[in-house]
Design a protein around this ligand. Structure first.
Ligand code: ATP
Ligand code: FE2
Length: 326
């Protein structure tokens, strides 16, 4: 059985083709790049609309199959930006109707966990999912993926990106901040905000920008920003590990590329005798294979969506989905 999965929650229009045994035959991404690095939802949606057909054709060619071989269409139903989500959903519906193939809407955050479980062999991890749009600590409990902690305002990726933009570090912010942070020597105190199990990064970002304007060294600031933000992420993830007594920790999302964050989360996992997993970075970022694979898991456990149940959900929560495949 073959599933074609479409991802379109934000910058990336991705198409993945995956078999029901978990073999990824193609995973083609097409990323909308804006001049200043931020995202304009309607411009990104227009980009996705323009390149949708060629991305699907490219994925089919890569997989060496045609649309007639596809048994299921899955798409990212949310959470994400309305305009980009709708473009992906429209493409998915068109393919489903034209080729008379069933369609399934998938929760984006859950699919990050599922692709990691597939490729890393992680069975039941506590997952720290950190990207430009999301920051969540997720673990399975009583039939659902529960959010043990999350940001109350901006994501950690957004914190790094906006800081970079405000202080004149070229786009992409995250990797460039990481580079500069390696040369930082002195820790500059910055607001560390953990509220219960939740996080907040907007005050941290604002204060780091302010410190730059009042003359703090940029490399020290990048170093301190990372140390502060990542320590908060590790604190919340660690408490989720301690509470659930799970023996696996997984790090995913675009910010998982960061070596310092990997080191910090890895050390914490080690202290808890937990196995530490980071999927290959192409599978940490947004892509279609994770959507296809999660669609297959759902389909094989009997989940079906009628066409009128395929509306996108910008605020689709991780803990809303009954996980019938576990
Ligand atoms: P989502 O829709 O899941 O929120 P996204 O559109 O933000 O995803 P991703 O590729 O998952 O896309 O993540 C991009 C984020 O990852 C950006 O905020 C970017 O700055 C950050 N990032 C990438 N590399 C690094 C790095 N080395 N260090 C820190 N952050 C990084
Ligand atoms: Fe994502």
């Amino acid at each position: 059985m073959l599933c074609l999965g479409i991802e379109s929650t934000a910058h990336t229009f991705g198409v993945g083709i995956v078999t029901d045994r978990g073999k990824i035959l193609a995973n083609i991404g097409n990323v909308h790049k804006s001049a200043k690095g931020g995202i304009h939802p309607r411009e990104a949606a227009r980009h996705h609309g323009v390149i949708a057909k060629e991305t699907v054709l490219c994925a089919l060619a890569k997989a060496g199959v045609t649309m007639n071989d596809i048994d299921l269409i899955a798409f990212s139903m949310g959470p994400g930006l309305g305009p980009t989500l709708r473009t992906g959903a429209t493409a998915a519906r068109a393919l489903s109707v034209f080729y008379q193939v069933p369609i399934l809407g998938v929760n984006h955050c859950i699919s990050h966990v599922e692709i990691g479980r597939l490729t890393e062999g992680a069975k039941d991890p506590v997952t720290l999912y950190v990207s430009g749009g999301n920051t969540q600590v997720i673990a399975f409990d009583a039939g659902r993926y529960r959010v043990f902690g999350e940001t109350l305002d901006i994501s950690v990726g957004n914190c790094l990106d906006v800081f970079a933009r405000e202080v004149g570090i070229p786009h992409p912010g995250g990797p460039n901040v990481e580079q500069l942070a390696r040369e930082g020597k002195h820790y500059i105190p910055l607001p560390y905000v953990v509220k219960g199990m939740d996080l907040s990064f907007s005050g941290l970002m604002t204060e780091a920008v302010r410190k730059h304007r009042t003359g703090s060294d940029l490399r020290d600031l990048c170093f301190s920003l990372q140390e502060t933000a990542f320590a908060a992420l590790v604190e919340v993830t660690e408490r989720a590990v301690a509470h659930t007594e799970k023996r696996e920790v997984m790090l995913t999302g675009g910010v998982a590329a960061n070596k310092r964050l990997r080191e910090m989360v890895g050390l914490m996992a080690k202290e808890h005798q937990a196995k530490f997993h980071v999927p290959p970075i192409e599978l940490c970022k947004d892509q279609g294979a994770m959507i296809a694979w999660t669609g297959l898991l759902m389909y094989k456990r009997g989940v079906r969506h009628k066409l009128d149940q395929t509306q996108v959900r910008q605020r689709y929560r991780t803990d809303e989905v009954d996980i019938v495949w576990r």
